[in-house]
Design a protein around this ligand. Structure first.
Ligand code: NAD
Length: 260
């Protein structure tokens, strides 16, 4: 059913985005990969995905803090595949600091990548989706689109912004066969989370073990990390025809975190 659709998945050289790219490719979707990484490694990844799944896998290294590079990414995807049917806005970064010490350039970087870039990819994708009468926009938000945690002012602000953007785009596109939803994961043990463990330990003055036990998993009643595969399966479901009536939603996949 998803076979021969074409997807752009931002931030797909690592973590959740890579898992989503693999899951879509496994269902016959052509994928445009994006994200940072060492050239040879990214090329090996692109070739492996194409060979393992028999799909087209392309790569564009756009820095999504730059609107001109986003325009080029979206134009190249259209040119390569003839259409962008599925847009997964996944790329994101984190930085942990008390608000009064938060470096202003890092604050702006987080807003640019985690929020403003989504506006740009969406504005480039929507005209083609409207013309074809079908489209899926999936924004990787976070439990932090629904609730806050201390020391994450930029991230929480950006992700709450993603929630608002998701709902607004859903309303504007609902009559055109397009859905726009946000996925709101709890903690998934990816490089993004691994990197923030030492910073959180410093900010809170506790050990790294205590961060995992008392900060990260303390938030999740399951006491388990969410897995990349679970998030990818939800993205695949949202892209399918069975999910045609789900739009403007914020899908929590957080081990019960935001139920509390
Ligand atoms: P990750 O660090 O493993 O991957 C991030 C990806 O984004 C990488 O491919 C990286 O190269 C890319 N990227 C970073 N800066 C970029 C830029 N300027 N331009 C283009 N690409 C860039 O992180 P992850 O944990 O897989 O996170 C993916 C998304 O999931 C993010 O939006 C994150 O906020 C969200 N999320 C993660 C968790 C979690 O616990 N890991 C929880 C909730 C939400």
């Amino acid at each position: 059913m998803l076979k021969d659709r074409n997807a752009v998945i931002t931030g797909s050289t690592s973590g959740i985005g890579l898992g989503i790219a693999e899951a879509f490719a496994g269902r016959g979707v052509n994928v445009m990969l994006n994200g940072f990484g060492e050239t040879a490694q990214v090329e090996a990844l692109r070739r492996r995905i194409a060979a393992e799944h028999g799909v087209r896998a392309e790569y564009h290294g756009a820095d999504l803090r730059r609107p001109d590079e986003i325009a080029d990414l979206m134009a190249q995807a259209e040119a390569c595949f003839g259409a962008v049917d599925i847009l997964v806005n996944n790329a994101g970064i984190q930085f942990v600091s008390p608000v009064e010490d938060f470096p202003p350039d890092k604050w702006c970087d987080i807003i640019e990548l985690n929020l403003v870039a989504l506006f740009h990819t969406i504005r480039h994708a929507v005209p083609g989706m409207k013309r074809r009468g079908w489209g899926r926009i999936i924004n990787m938000a976070s439990a932090h689109a629904l609730v806050a945690s201390p020391f994450k002012s930029a991230y929480v602000a950006a992700k709450h912004g993603v929630a608002g953007l998701t709902k607004t785009v859903a309303l504007e596109t609902a009559a055109f066969g397009i859905t726009c939803n946000a996925i709101c994961p709890g903690y998934v043990l990816t490089p993004l989370v691994q990197k923030q463990i030492p910073d959180t330990a410093r900010a809170r003055g506790i050990s790294e073990e205590a961060v995992v036990r008392d900060v990260l998993l303390a938030a999740q009643p399951t006491k388990q990390f969410v897995t990349v595969e679970q998030v990818a399966a939800l993205a695949v479901f949202l892209a399918g025809d069975e999910a045609a009536s789900i739009t403007g939603s914020l899908q929590a996949i957080d081990g019960g975190w935001t139920a509390q």
